[in-house]
Design a protein around this ligand. Sequence first.
Ligand code: BG6
Ligand code: BG6
Ligand code: GLC
Ligand code: GLC
Length: 916
Amino acid sequence: MFAVHLMAFYFTKLKEDQIKKVDRFLYHMRLSDETLLDIMARFQAEMQKGLGKDTSPTASVKMLPTFVRAIPDGSENGEFLSLDLGGSKFRVLKVQVSEEGKRNVQMESQFYPTPNEIIRGNGLELFEYVADCLADFMNTKGLKHKKLPLGLTFSFPCRQTKLEEGVLLSWTKKFKARGVQDTDVVSCLTKAIKKHKDIDVDILALVNDTVGTMMTCAYDDPYCEVGVIIGTGTNACYMEDMSNIDLVEGDEGRMCINTEWGAFGDDGALEDIRTEFDRELDLGSLNPGKQLFEKMISGLYLGELVRLILLKMAKSGLLFGGEKSSALHTKGKIETRHVAAMEKYKEGLANTREILMDLGLEPSEADCIAVQHVCTIVSFRSANLCAAALAAILTRLRENKKLVRLRTTVGMDGTLYKIHPQYPKRLHKVVRKLVPNCDVRFLLSESGSTKGAAMVTAVASRVQAQRKLIDMVLALFRLTQEQLVGVQDKMRAELEYGLKRDTHPLATVKMLPTYVCGMPDGTEKGKFLALDLGGTNFRVLLVKIRSGRRSVRMYNKIFAIPLEIMQGTGEELFDHIVQCIADFLDYMGLKGAQLPLGFTFSFPCRQASIDKGTLIGWTKGFKATDCEGEDVVDMLREAIKRRNEFDLDIVAVVNDTVGTMMTCGYEDPNCEIGLIAGTGSNLCYMEEMRNIEQVEGDEGKMCINTEWGGFGDNGCIDDIRTQYDKEVDEGSLNPGKQRYEKMTSGMYLGEIVRQILIDLTKQGLLFRGQISERLRTRGIFETKFLSQIESDRLALLQVRRILQQLGLDSTCEDSIVVKEVCGAVSRRAAQLCGAGLAAIVEKRREDQGLEHMRITVGVDGTLYKLHPHFSRLLQETVKELAPRCDVTFMLSEDGSGKGAALITAVAKRLQQAGKN
Ligand code: BG6
Ligand code: BG6
Ligand code: GLC
Ligand code: GLC
C-alpha cells in the first residue's frame, strides 16, 4: 500500500518537474488572456483594413468578397457535380438536392490522390489531372450523357468579381503548381474539361472551403453565418454587411467574406508572439514569409513545430539524455495525427512512447511526460490563436447587427479540429471567455464543404435559368437590320399612300397639308401671342420678333391642364385655355391688348387654310368631348367670345412639328424637317407641291404634317409588335390607334416597361414574385424616370432609390433587370424612329434626284432631350439606313411657340398684302 502511494507521489512529482521544465522552456508560447484580447483587437483592425477601399491593396488579411449573398433557404434543388480541391483530400462528388418540403441531400463521392508531382508541377497538368478525375467519375457513375452544373470548392485565396470566376492570389499549404497564380482558375479548369469531348459541364460557382462549410452547416441551422476550417490550413469566412464592403457595388443585404486569416501577421503584426521555432518552420516551408498565422495553427505545421522544439530540447540536453535520432532531424517526421495521438486522454503517454521509439529515440518516462506537454502547449496555442481571431469576427457580427447579445452558429471543419481529442473543447472554451456576450453554437460539418458548394451552385443555376427567361423577353425588343429596313420600306410606302388622292382616304399616315409654304426670311416682325398645347406642358407666350437681326424675345408661362379638363367637355377645355390666356395677359400687363395669335395645337388637324384646323381625332392623353370633327380655331374663338373680355386675332394653327421646324428654320434655312420625340411622336417636312395631290397647284413646296404616329394602324408592323405593345394599346385612351407612336414615344415607353415588369414578376423573376399595387398603376414610369434610370453615371444604388421613389421595393438584382428592360424598350424606340426618319430623308433625296443630300432636322421633345441614349441611337440608325443623306440634328431650344409666332408673322403679312 505504502509502495503504491510512494509510486504515485513519485510520479506526480516527476510530472510536475517535467511540466515546469517544459513550461519554462516554452514560456513564449503560452499566451495570457490579455495577449489574446490584444490579438483579437489587432485582428479586428486587420479586417477593417482588408475591407476598406484605400487600405485593402496593402492589407495582409485579404477579406475577399465571395459573391455568395445568402445562406440556403431550402428552396434549392437539382443535381450537381462538385469538386473539392485543396484540403487534405481531393474529392469528386455528385450531389442531389431535392426540395419537396423536406431538406434532402444525397451525395456520391470518390477520392482521388494528389501526388506531389501534380500539385507542385505544371499548372496546365494540374488542371488536366483534375479534369481527368472528373471525367473518370462521370464515366463510372454513368453521368457522361448529362449536362450538369458544377460547383468547385477551391481552398486557396482567390479574388472574385463574380461567383463563377476566381483569380488565384497565391498558392498556400502544399500546393505550388507553376503558372496558375494571377489567372482565373475557373477558366483554367473549363479549358481542361473542354479537352474531354464526351463530357459537358458548366462551372457555375467557385467557393472557398470555409464558404462551403458555412453553407453546409447553414442548410441545417439557419443561424450559421461563420465558417471555420482548422485542417491542413486554417481560415474563416462570415457574412458581412454589404455597406461595409467597399470593393463591391451595392449596399443592400450581406455578402460572405473569405477572410483568409491565415495571412494574418504577414506584415509583421504578430512578430512579438512568434518564436524561434515559428521562424525556423517558416524558412523551411514552400512559402516563406507567407501565411504566418496559419503556420502557428494548422495541421500542416503543428507536428513540425513539435519536432523543431523536441530537437532543440534534445540538443540542449533537456530531453532523451541529449541524444537525437536522424528521424528527429528529418523534416515532416512528426505529423498532426501524431500530436493528436500523444495528447489522447488515457493512451496518450503510451502513444507518446511508441511514437518516439518509432523516431529511433529511447525515451524515459520523464521524456514522455515532457514531450506530451510540448504537444499540449503547441496545440493549445493553436486553439488560443484561432479563438482570438474568431472572437474578433463574432464581435464584428454583433456590432454590425447592433446587438447587445449575439446568438450565432459557427460551421466547423478540418482534420485538426476533427481528430484532435482536446482541440474543440479548448477552442470553444476560450472563444466563450473572449466574447462573453455571444451565445455560440459550434456545428461540425459532417459532410465536408461540398453540400454547401452545391447549395451555392443551385442558387447560381436558378439565377442562370432566370437569366435565360429574361433574355428571351428582352430579345423581342431587339430588331435586326433587316427588320429595320422593313420598317423603313413600309413607312415609305405609307407616305406615298397618304399623298395620293386615291389612297389618301384610307391611309394610316395621314400626310396633312399645313398651308405653310416657306421658311421665315428674316423680314418678320411684330408682337405675337402664342399658345402651345399638347406636349408635356401647356404654355402661353408673348413673342417679340425684330426684323433684320433675326432676334426674338419671348415671355412665357406654363399652366397646368388638369386631367378632368383634358378628358372633360370641349367647352370646358377651351374655356380653361382662355382663362389661362387671360391670366397671362394680366400677368404681362397686357390686359385688353389685341394681338395676333399663333396656336400650336399638337394633334392631327385637317386644314383648308392656315387658320382653319379640324381635329381628326385626339391622341396622347387628351379626350375632350365634342371636339373631333370640329374646327379648333372656331372653338377657341367662341370661348374667347364667351368670356367677352378681350379679342384676339387667331391667324394660324400649327402642329408642334411645324412649329419646331420653323423655330429651327429661323436659324438654319436648310431645316426642312421637324421631328418631335416627346409625349407623342410625329414628323413634318417640306414636300414638293406636285406630289401633294390633295392640294391644287404644282409650284413650290408645302409643309406636310405626316402624323406618322398612326403608322401601323392597318397592321403592317404587327410582326414586330410584342404582347406588351398590345397590352399598352388596349389600356390606352385610343385603342388600335397610333401604334407606331405607342412604340416610340415617351407617354408609352414607360407603360411598355411596366407591362414587361408585371410579366417578369408574374414569372417570379422580379420583385420576389410580388406584383405591388404601385406596379399595377398606369403611368408611373414617366419619361424623366426612364431617362434617369438609364443614365450611365448612375450607380445601381441610385437606380434602386429611383425605383423606391416610384414605390417599387426592389433588390439590387431587380434594379439591374429594370435598367435592362428600360434600355431594351428605349433602344427599340430610337431605332424605329430612326427607320421612319430614314424613309423621309431618302424620299426627299430621290424626289430631288440627288446622289447625296444634306438636310437639317429640327428636333424637340422630352424623350429626345432628356434620355441619355435615345438621340444617339436615333442618329446612328438614320446614318445606317440612309447612308447617302447627311442629316444634321438641330435641337429646338425655344420650343415650337417661337415657330408658331413666325408662321403667324408671315401669315399676317400675307393677310395684309391680300387686303391691300
Ligand atoms: C473537408 C472539406 O471536409 O475539410 C474540404 O470538404 C476542406 O473542402 C477540408 O478543405 C479541410 O480540412 P483538411 O484537414 O482536409 O485540410
Ligand atoms: C415642346 C414644344 O418644346 O416640346 C411643344 O414647345 C411640343 O410644342 C413639345 O409639343 C413636345 O415634347 P413633349 O415631350 O413635351 O411632348
Ligand atoms: C489556406 C487557404 C484558404 C483555405 C484554408 C483552409 O489558408 O489559403 O483558402 O480556406 O487553407 O483549407
Ligand atoms: C401626337 C399628335 C401629333 C403631335 C405629336 C407630338 O402624335 O397626334 O400631332 O405632333 O403627338 O406632340
